[in-house]
Design a protein around this ligand. Structure first.
Ligand SMILES: Nc1ncnc2c1ncn2[C@@H]1O[C@H](COP(=O)(O)OP(=O)(O)OP(=O)(O)O)[C@@H](O)[C@H]1O
Length: 707
């Protein structure tokens, strides 16, 4: 880098020498110019050759890419600017080339250097090249999601350009009208000018409105598509994914981040195109009005770019911190509110409030830092603008006094100048905003690209299923823990028989049920249903044939009927009632306020826990499952109801697995599997195990303490 800087310095010095030589030559020859536009271009070409030879000598024939760019700018910028200036002259004057004005020659050098710094630092700097490439790829990928809306976008961009063209010419016509006010212009001429102005204003309002509306519609469509896709992808993920990623951040990704992504890309693309087209058109008009004032206006741009870039770098981390804090706050509040019963019964309100206040404090600190940065940035930016404005006023006075500028043109220029700075600021802001959204886009795409870490379900859906389940040497470790929950675990569940899985706490009973529900995949061994691995069955078929009822079933807000039919497409009310009758619950449920249409509240909060279990049992039975897993599913029912439910289930010839903590259930079981630390210690009937007088017998009192 140092080598490039030193080489660049020598190139600039050599360029100054060449410019001074040209100036001295023109002064000595008493020439007012160097041969018109052709002369300027010729001088640029000669300089290019000279600088090229000079840099080759300096770098042993291997000049760096940065030096090449610097040389190109030093040689080309002045001819290009001069050509542009002559093109924008309303009445083409015979061009005589730059007068032998030293300050003008040096102004060309300064603008070349400034352009070079902006180019190297902000547009193609080497730092983080791969990051920029990634960002570009991400943005390009994001743009692909707009493909279905291409027609809308084309219409929106067309209206945008039409609106911008109208917008751009409004100040010019305003200036003309002002000049006509004091002049000897015919009334019709004046009315014609005012009519043109009115037409332009009308066009601007109409096209801008159409553009805005279409962009908003497109954005809404994109948001819907992205959210749908992301939610679909999330639902495909394995259970461990949801254990690793908390609901708060996931919901934040799904809502705020997707919204922000679409908004930033769509609105920024809109703003960048609008501002760029406007800036180009305005530059053309402003150069025509006064190139000196235009140069002063343009000096503001690179300085603002440097400032903005610094600001973005400083606040990038703060933005991420703010996002994380927001997600954390949301998560904390959600957790506390959803567990309000536990919080209240443990008098945890104070603790929860403290935790929430701590999270709010963290957020406040981050926001305070953002505020300070924003204030300092705003102050420096304003000081810079005021400084440039003072310079412009001084220059404008000179131009008016020398007759090069009319008052109307100056008014027009100032009418352009403010929107021009706003446009440039908008471009820079959008650039910064898009850059800072890249992180958000990246996170969302990471979720969208995530392949679920579980075996895909097959297509098996036999009409007749026996329901024989075999665990063959299953070893299973949770992804987040090193110790296996089940070690070479084998067990068989027979159709029409009830098997009880018993064991002390943390022995692996629930893990067994989770594997059977296919919430996790075992690392070794396999689980077979009618001699076929579980993942060979169709997803919907499998979960219809294997029903699980847990101790604390999850119910959804809505009616009783909605909860019982949940996930079924063709379940009739008769079938629901019939199933409820089988477990003696129909009478009770029908007597509720609105019968089966009674709203059970958030998570079934309006139901007693026994009734919740009852609804969960009916929900399982209504699916006509072949395998029923009862994970303490009847613990909150009275003895008579428990008996009825078990008898009803067994009478249908289904395979029943009971995770038991109560002796009553175990005694009824045909087969008992006694688990300890993920290993089957003993198995057999209750009598056999008692007769053995082994672990089951010794732990009986401890396990089934109710007896
Ligand atoms: N989601 C999980 N992530 C990590 N480890 C887990 C998870 N669930 C259970 N475990 C661990 O797996 C082991 C077996 O737990 P499991 O819940 O299967 O036992 P259990 O016999 O059902 O216990 P309990 O009767 O108390 O419900 C325990 O060591 C437990 O800490």
């Amino acid at each position: 880098m140092k080598k490039v800087a030193v080489c660049g310095l020598f190139v600039v010095l050599f360029d100054i020498v060449l410019r001074l030589a040209l100036w001295a030559g023109l002064v000595l020859l008493k020439c007012s110019g160097c041969g018109g536009l052709a002369g300027v271009w010729a001088f640029g070409a000669v300089k290019w050759v000279a600088l090229h030879v000079f840099t080759s000598l300096l770098t042993d024939g291997k000049p760096q890419a940065e030096i090449h760019r610097l040389v190109a700018l030093l040689c080309l910028l002045s001819p290009v600017l001069e050509s542009g200036r002559s093109l924008t002259m309303s009445v083409p004057e015979p061009y005589v080339g730059p007068p032998p004005d030293l300050s003008r020659l040096l102004l060309g050098l300064m603008s070349s250097l400034l352009a070079c710094v902006v180019w190297e630092k902000f547009l193609c700097g080497d730092d983080g090249k791969s990051d920029k490439l990634d960002a570009r790829q991400l943005l390009m990928r994001m743009l692909k999601y707009f493909k279905p809306d291409s027609l809308y976008l084309m219409a929106a961009f067309s209206f945008l350009i039409l609106g911008v063209v109208c917008d751009t010419y409004i100040p010019l016509y305003q200036g003309r009208v002002i000049d006509m006010l004091g002049g000897q212009v015919l009334h019709t001429g004046f009315c014609y000018a005012v009519g043109q102005l009115a037409l332009l204003s009308l066009g601007s309002a109409l096209f801008s409105g159409l553009r805005g509306g279409i962009f908003m519609c497109t954005l809404a469509r994109l948001n819907k598509r992205l959210k749908h896709l992301l939610f679909h992808t999330l639902l495909q993920q394995e259970v461990h994914f949801f254990e690793e990623n908390k609901p708060g951040p996931l919901s934040s990704r799904l809502h705020s981040d997707v919204d922000r992504m679409g908004r930033t890309v769509a609105l920024n693309a809109n703003a960048i195109v609008r501002s760029t087209v406007k800036t180009c058109l305005m530059l053309r008009v402003m150069l025509g009005l006064s190139w000196e004032l235009t140069v002063l206006t343009c000096i503001e741009m690179p300085l603002l770019a440097v400032l903005q870039n610094k600001y973005i770098t400083l606040t990038k981390e703060l933005k991420e911190q703010t996002q994380n804090c927001q997600a954390k706050n949301k998560d904390l509040a959600l957790q506390t509110v959803s567990a309000i019963h536990t919080v209240r019964s443990f008098k945890g309100e104070k603790d929860e409030l403290r935790r929430y206040v701590e999270a709010l404090d963290e957020m406040r600190n981050v926001k305070r830092h953002s505020g300070i940065y924003s204030a300092v940035f705003g102050l420096i930016r304003r000081l810079l603008s005021v400084g440039i404005k003072i310079l412009m006023l001084l220059q404008a006075r000179g131009l008016i006094l020398s007759g090069h500028l009319s008052i109307g043109s100056l008014v027009s220029f100032f009418l352009y100048q403010k929107p021009m700075s706003i446009n440039l600021r908008e471009i820079l802001y959008c650039y910064g905003e898009t850059a800072s959204t890249v992180g958000v886009i990246d996170k969302v795409f990471k979720y969208l690209d995530r392949t679920p870490q579980w075996k895909k379900a097959g297509g098996l859906a036999p009409e007749k299923l026996q329901g024989r389940i075999v665990f063959q040497g299953v070893t299973f470790t949770y992804p987040s823990t090193p110790e296996p929950a089940l070690k070479s675990f084998s067990m068989e569940l027979q159709p029409g028989k009830m098997t009880a899985l018993v064991g002390p706490s943390s022995s692996g009973k629930t893990s067994c049920v989770s594997l059977l529900k296919r919430l996790y995949e075992p690392q070794a061994g396999q689980i077979l249903l009618d001699d076929e691995p579980l993942h060979h069955y169709k997803h919907k078929y499998f979960h219809q044939k294997i029903a699980v009822v847990s101790q604390n079933p999850v119910l959804f807000s809505g009616s009783l009927k909605y909860n019982i039919e949940y996930g079924l497409e063709d379940c009739t009310t008769e079938k629901v009632k019939e199933t409820a009758e089988r477990v003696n619950a129909d009478k009770f449920l029908s007597e509720l306020e609105d019968g089966y249409d009674t709203d059970i509240g958030e998570g079934g909060a309006k139901l007693a826990s026994g009734l919740k279990q009852c609804v969960a049992i009916i929900r399982a039975l209504v699916r006509d499952p072949q395998v029923i897993i009862l994970d303490e599913a009847t613990s909150k029912l009275d003895v008579q109801a428990q008996h009825t439910v078990l008898q009803e289930i067994l009478s249908c010839g289904q395979t029943v697995l009971v995770v038991a903590h109560q002796l009553k259930t175990v005694e009824q079981a045909d087969h008992i599997v006694f688990l300890e630390r993920g290993v089957v210690v003993e198995q057999g009937t209750h009598q056999e195990l008692m007769a053995k007088r082994g672990r089951y017998y010794r732990l009986k009192e401890e396990l089934f303490s109710e007896k």
